[in-house]
Design a protein around this ligand. Sequence first.
Ligand SMILES: [Zn+2]
Length: 214
Amino acid sequence: MNIILLGPPGAGKGTQARKLVAERGMVQLSTGDMLREAKSSGTEMGNKVAAIMDAGQLVTDEIVIGLIEEKLEGDHAGGFIFDGFPRTLPQADALGELLAKHGTTLDAVIEMRVDDEALVARITARSTCASCGEVYNDQMKPIPDDGKCANCGGTEFKRRADDNEESLRTRLMEYYKKTSPLIGYYYAKGDLSPINGLGEIDVVAKAISKILDA
Ligand SMILES: [Zn+2]
């Protein structure tokens, strides 16, 4: 089963993807992770990626598709979760062609719907444990009163450098301009399953499971 998690930055796609990896043995394909992995791999493709990224240039769709193709050729019994890709209509077309070439299809596109203002409130309130990566939120899941991470006991927490309102609004605008047309694209193909992305992590996870099990 292959799915896309679609939604604006900060909607919780990464969190849900990690849950699916843990619970269903799916493989998470996040563009950022794939590029970082390629960069440090030392392969021909990796060196190409490293040169582009070091020059501060954008990695082309062709390269990202190439990296995804490498993954499709590997072991993937549990299926793939595409997280952060496709981001544009041409990328969506390319992904569809690539999957078809490998004899597989997209089973669901889960649109995580969230309200912008709630997103701004959520992302600016977010911090993570510096040692284990546990995510906290000032309102919904505050750092424990003793100042220690509930998961590992760590005492150092960091906020993402881009967790400020202005940069989030810029990324949201980018999402609406380039990525949100995918909602109509997958709706027309009959693949779109919208869910409310604003609930608690487990509630959102249940909504996703319901779609995957349908
Ligand atoms: Zn921790």
